[in-house]
Design a protein around this ligand. Structure first.
Ligand code: BAL
Ligand code: ZN
Length: 854
């Protein structure tokens, strides 16, 4: 398979004005008839894409074409000598029943419980029919669906025009949908199923009455209220914050259990992984429920950032994803403590995106070439892409950012555009914003180093900052980037802020001078994580302890504890701290914080995960040593506060369920305290865990208790696991939790993983279930990076390579850290990856493997 390069972009030779689709579903196949009205844009042949299609007939302007009239190659159908205006009619046969890749039109479920759904982004539409399947071809779609009446639910994008019985076929019915908005084929969707529906309504700021519908299996329809509320909240939020109102009369969401992604923003017909839309207190943890709301918001926000303004080509994926992630993060920050939201977003970025940027899969936020675009739905494109938008928003300030986004929507509505277009609109009040383009082009996480000099004679503080980005092979030598560094100076005596300033570091090294500073201050840098960089500042531990006490914003306090922890845990790798300052600082802070802001208190006790710590280690990574050091510090923390845990746990009594920020904070902290108490062997903690499980008012409490019982190998853990299974055996999403709590246990073994993979409820065709074991397992690097661990993991990739290459390739990308391992693990992992190369054939896995091997 060949590489596609950004620099080779060419406009399509034809535009599609309208497309009429007629999709007839039968027992073992589907027939798809399409009529495309097309108009020439530029010179050249007409190129249509198509994969896994059985071409039955094609006519042009009413005249049947024969094999001499077109050229069919792998993945394309090319017709030469076409007139400037044409109507193309194409008939194909496809087989959704055997489509395990979950792209295009596929059957989900099994036995009597099946449904048909689509996933077209990025290039799934070409598995439904031949089409100029590229995001810069926008068309008006009309879709007729026909199926057996045992599938009463027939949905497609837009508005329902007509529905009825099929003449001469009493068991069959049809529905016709028309979408009045111009859209690229990746936003096409249809659903043929037997689903219940939760309905509601919303009136937009423009006075449009919208029907809101969430479709789910009847057993799940009681878990759709959280999603519905989130949808209404998102609609309102986008009106208030971006002036964007919804534009169709109907907004539908469909829950599907077999889905590769989290969700998909198809115009007017979002399709969601059940894990990302269903939520109820009894079955869903608070953190999962929170991400349900965020994902509903994300997909809704795409209606403007993605659908109405879309990407010119797939290299511009970050244009819609980075901006939309920034928008959903801002929405979520408005729904809870903004500090906690920022903590969670930054923790994810540092654990996953920084690791990606540090390894062989490093790529620019806007890649310049790919073989398979599915391989680029990465944390770099999404999360780093969002950080760039955040830096721009912070640099401009709220008013000018809003002027910029208003301009973006005004100028480009209805078009397929580029990152340059986005920056040009955002820069209407400040042309320096265009300089941020280098953030989109350059891979690697910049390291910002610095120190300060204070001159008491002149009362001047000078901060020197420099930036360095590693040179990723295959790319130009890195240039200095514009890095906003939010800075505050704290008076050492009073603890008050004396000055706040946003420093813009845009050269390799720069000095920033602060005048009239009476007494050397403590400097707080990169507040609110103002740029996605690694910071090495010449701090003393005492400065960090000071900041933990005096920083005004919860995020900054968390960041300081993380710096302290990293300095302790990455000892011998250039850091130099002993745990004492950290332990004392946490001990001092915790009691008050637990009362004032329990959620933040829970986060402050975070010790970065083994994976996050590993992401900062670039050579000689020894998973055993990291685990030992991490657990050692955790034990020290638990022991240091041993006499506080009982008091704290009792201060956080279990009450009847409430969905308030305060109640969620209490639950989060209680789970952390329970784990600490068990770690410190506090008398009676075993019973607290059992009582918490038995008396749980919600899944956060029950699962929190189960998790500690499993991790601490309490005597009754197996009995509780069995109870959990029996209680929830009819709920797939909860059974996913049951699998994952075992697969990610601190004490997991390869035998345990193997037995989960052969459990009767394990299902290779359901990505959520595969991830509940296999992705959960990656949280235990000491087991993953062994012969047996890798054999299991790699066997899964082999198995999925053909059946579901998108999933296989994403699982493989996790192994990119192999080259940082210490020997002999590194060589062993390398050999196994080389063997894998002989055993796989999908372009998805092969491209990722080539990159992973470096
Ligand atoms: N566009 C794919 C799913 C998402 O990012 O919303
Ligand atoms: Zn998205």
């Amino acid at each position: 398979p060949s590489k596609i390069n950004l620099k080779d972009y060419k406009k399509p030779s034809f535009d599609v004005e309208t497309v009429d689709l007629d999709i007839k579903l039968f027992e073992d196949h589907a027939q798809v008839d399409s009529t495309l009205k097309m108009v020439r844009q530029t010179a050249g042949d007409l190129v249509l894409f198509g994969e896994e299609l059985d071409l039955i007939a094609v006519t042009m302007n009413g005249k049947p074409l024969t094999v001499e009239d077109y050229q069919q190659q792998a993945g394309t159908l090319t017709i030469a000598n076409v007139p400037d205006e044409l109507v193309l009619e194409i008939q194909v046969r496809i087989c959704p029943q055997t489509n395990t890749a979950l792209e295009g039109l596929y059957m989900a479920g099994s036995g009597d419980d099946t449904m048909f759904v689509t996933q077209c982004e990025p290039e799934g539409f070409r598995k439904i029919t031949f089409y100029p399947d590229r995001p810069d071809v926008l068309a008006i779609f009309t879709t007729r669906l026909e199926a057996d009446k045992r599938y009463p639910t027939l949905l497609a994008n837009g508005n329902l025009v007509e529905a009825g019985e099929v003449a001469d076929a009493p068991d069959r019915h049809y529905a016709i949908w028309h979408d009045p908005t111009n859209k690229p084929s990746y936003l096409f969707a249809c659903v043929v199923a037997d689903l219940d529906v939760l309905t509601d309504s919303y009136t937009t700021s423009e006075g449009r009455d919208i029907l809101l519908e969430i479709y789910a299996k009847s057993a799940d329809i009681d878990k759709c209220d959280v999603g519905m509320q989130a949808l209404k909240d998102s609609m309102k939020w986008d009106e208030v914050n971006y002036g964007r109102a919804y534009d169709l009369d109907r907004y539908m969401i469909v829950a599907v259990s077999q889905f590769n992604m989290g969700a998909m923003e198809n115009k007017g017909l979002n399709i969601f992984n059940t894990a990302c839309v269903l939520s109820s207190p009894e079955t869903t943890t608070d953190s999962r429920s929170f991400s349900v709301k965020a994902i509903i918001a994300h997909e809704y926000f795409h209606n403007w950032t993605g659908n109405r303004i879309t990407c010119r080509d797939w290299f511009q994926l970050c244009l819609k994803e980075g901006f939309t992630v920034y928008r959903d993060q801002s929405f979520s920050a408005d729904q809870q403590s903004s500090a906690v939201q920022r903590i969670d977003d930054v923790a994810t970025l540092r654990a996953h995106q920084f690791a990606e940027d540090a390894g062989p899969l490093a790529h620019p936020v806007r890649p310049e070439s790919f073989v398979e675009i599915n391989n680029f739905y990465t944390t770099t494109v999404y999360e780093k892409g969002a950080e760039i938008v955040r830096m721009i928003a912070n640099t401009l300030g709220a008013d000018n950012f809003r002027k910029g986004t208003d301009e973006y929507f005004r100028r480009y509505d209805g078009q397929a555009v580029t990152v340059e277009d986005f920056l040009s609109a955002l820069s209407i009040t400040d042309d320096k914003i265009e300089d941020f383009i280098d953030w989109y082009r350059q891979p690697g996480t910049p390291v910002v180093s610095g120190h300060q000099d204070y001159d008491s004679a002149t009362q001047t503080l000078t901060i020197t900052l420099s930036q360095q980005t590693r040179h990723v092979s295959g790319f130009d030598a890195p240039k200095p980037l514009p890095i906003p560094v939010a800075t505050a100076l704290f008076d050492k005596d009073s603890g008050d802020i004396v000055t706040e300033r946003m420093l813009l570091l845009d050269q390799a090294t720069q000095t920033f001078v602060f005048e009239n500073v009476a007494g050397e201050p403590v400097v707080s840098l990169l507040r609110d994580f103002s740029a996605p960089v690694q910071l090495n500042y010449d701090y003393q531990d005492e400065d960090l302890a000071f900041l933990l006490k005096h920083e005004t914003n919860g995020f900054n306090r968390w960041q300081v504890t993380q710096m302290l922890v990293n300095r302790i845990l990455l000892q011998g790798r250039g850091s130099k701290s002993s745990p004492d300052v950290y332990l004392q600082a946490v001990a001092k802070t915790l009691p008050t914080l637990a009362t004032d802001d329990a959620m933040l208190a829970a986060r402050l006790l975070d010790i970065p995960s083994a994976q996050e710590l590993a992401s900062a280690i670039h050579t000689d990574y020894d998973p055993e040593l990291v685990k030992q050091q991490r657990e050692g510090l955790y034990q020290q923390l638990a022991d240091a506060l041993k006499n506080q845990w009982a008091t704290l746990y009792k201060q956080l009594p279990m009450q009847s369920y409430e969905d308030s920020a305060e109640a969620r904070g209490t639950r989060a902290l209680r789970n952390v305290v329970l784990d600490m108490a068990l770690t410190a062997n506090v008398d009676g903690a075993n019973e607290w865990a059992q009582q918490q499980y038995d008396n749980a008012s919600c899944m956060t409490e029950r699962f929190g208790a189960l998790k500690v019982m499993v991790n601490h190998q309490l005597a009754d853990a197996d009995a509780y696991l069995a109870d959990f299974y029996n209680r929830f055996q009819n709920n797939d999403l909860v059974i996913d939790l049951w699998f994952s709590v075992q697969a990610s246990a601190d004490t997991v073994t390869t035998e345990a993983i193997q037995s989960l993979l052969t459990h009767t409820d394990f299902d290779w065709n359901t990505p959520n279930r595969v991830r509940s074991v296999i992705s959960a397992f990656t949280s235990q690097p000491t087991v993953l990076w062994t012969e047996e661990g890798l054999d299991i993991y790699i066997a899964v990739i082999k198995k999925l390579d053909d059946a579901n290459p998108v999933l296989a390739s994403r699982l493989l990308q996790v192994l990119a850290r192999w080259n940082t391992l210490s020997e002999p693990r590194r060589q062993m992992a390398h050999d196994k990856l080389l063997d894998l190369q002989q055993a796989v054939s999908s372009k998805h896995v092969l491209e990722s493997l080539t990159s992973v091997l470096g």
